[in-house]
Design a protein around this ligand. Structure first.
Ligand SMILES: C[S@@+](CC[C@H](N)C(=O)[O-])C[C@H]1O[C@@H](n2cnc3c(N)ncnc32)[C@H](O)[C@@H]1O
Length: 379
């Protein structure tokens, strides 16, 4: 999944080792800003520890739950065929389906302006909420109707439902016609038009099948739990000797602005949207005190105070330099020292290799990430 700040690369780049060193004596593991769930999955799949993962965003919670809440693999896929068949019946039952399919088949033949205009002229009602909000923008109408139909016909059995919805969210992320995240769709113009069409041609239901087949065999050693919750509330549940992983936002722009499309898929409903990014209204998008200059420092200090009181041990990652939410690696280190013993501080790259594009010093520093291992003073 394309995810801003995903720790997937860093797991093979210092973070995995730091976690491994701290996990031995740990009770449970809490990942309070789970995002793409890369760290929650990594720990749950490899270590005999109960993982509890949380995020303000529903879609992150769904992705985390699809693995950390399941201790047996899913190997029978009859439900997947049933799910696809129900969704297919739903799209085919719409009187516009034949035209929509034709539009999809001709995407490579018509000028992008023509395809976009035809796609945007389709008037979807509330029965097709994802199509109404995003069809003709982030998705072709064919893709968005599949998204709606699959979202509406999710299986009822909890484990299957989690896997199915996680696969749907990840597929929406991969199909979305936008650069890296879903803050704004590609425009149907000369420069971005070919990227728009390329994305609109992706076979969404096929991708969902592939994602299901990749997630279903993955399991946690111990059954954990995912929560759509503010990190501070989940931190209150930490116990002595729990290992808490913190990867707080470093962006001065709320994550919910970048990932509203995935959130809408997770929720299965979208209110009115507006602006070039087709954003739902502000009160439908979670805001974070970590993404505001005036509150980020205080929020982090508060969180560490809670975790110190709960006698947990902590691993924090944060950009080594100054981040756009006003916090810097030095601030994070200073705040951490107020509450914990700093057992280890390492700086590594946020990317898996230090490739050619990172030759320049400034770019290198931008990619540097601090990993702090903090132990409870009570320990
Ligand atoms: C840097 S990202 C985490 C990336 C994650 N570690 C990964 O590997 O994908 C920060 C996450 O924190 C979430 N977030 C922001 N404020 C939060 C809060 N107060 N409580 C819980 N989650 C929050 C955002 O939604 C975002 O997913």
């Amino acid at each position: 999944m394309k995810y801003m700040g995903s720790k997937r690369a860093m797991l093979g780049n210092g973070l995995g080792e730091a976690l491994g060193r701290s996990l031995d004596g740990a009770n449970r593991v809490l990942d309070l800003f789970t995002g793409s769930a890369a760290v929650a999955w990594y720990v749950a799949e490899r270590f005999r520890k109960e993982v509890h993962a949380g995020d303000l965003q529903q879609y992150s919670t769904v992705i985390a739950a699809s693995v950390i809440e399941r201790t047996s693999p899913i190997s029978d896929f009859d439900w997947l065929d049933r799910w696809m068949t129900h969704a297919e019946a739903a799209v085919m039952g719409d009187p516009r389906w034949r035209d929509i399919q034709e539009l999809q088949d001709c995407l490579h033949r018509h000028p992008v302006t023509h395809s976009a205009a035809s796609a945007r002229a389709i008037d979807f009602d509330d029965k097709w909420p994802i199509s109404k909000a995003y069809g003709g923008y982030y998705f072709s109408p064919w893709q968005s109707m599949w998204l709606d139909a699959l979202r509406k016909n999710l299986p009822d059995v909890a484990d299957q439902r989690n896997v199915a919805l996680a696969a749907l969210i990840q597929s929406a992320s991969r199909c979305a016609a936008s650069p890296g995240h879903t803050a704004q769709p590609f425009k149907p113009n000369e420069t971005a038009g070919r990227f728009l069409i390329e994305a609109w041609q992706r076979n969404l239901p096929e991708m969902v099948r592939v994602r299901v087949s990749e997630i279903a065999p993955r399991t946690a050693f111990k059954k954990g739990r995912a929560y759509c919750l503010n990190a501070h509330q989940l931190a209150e549940t930490a116990r002595p000797n729990d290992l808490v992983f913190l990867d707080p936002p470093y962006s001065g722009v709320h994550y919910s602005r970048f990932y509203h499309v995935l959130e809408s898929v997770a929720r299965g409903e979208v209110g009115e949207v507006s602006g070039s990014g087709r954003y739902p209204s502000k009160d439908e998008r979670p805001t974070s005190e970590y993404s505001m200059l005036s509150t980020s420092k205080h929020a982090f200090d508060d969180l560490l105070a809670i975790l110190a009181r709960q006698k947990a041990n902590v691993i924090v990652t944060f950009p080594a330099g100054k981040a756009s939410n006003g916090l810097s690696g030095d601030d994070v280190r200073a705040i951490a020292a107020d509450h914990f013993r700093i057992q280890e501080a390492i700086v590594t790259s946020r990317f898996s290799t230090m490739g050619g594009d990172l030759k320049h010093r400034a770019a290198r520093q931008d990619a540097d990430e601090l990993i702090l291992t903090l132990s409870s003073r009570a320990g």
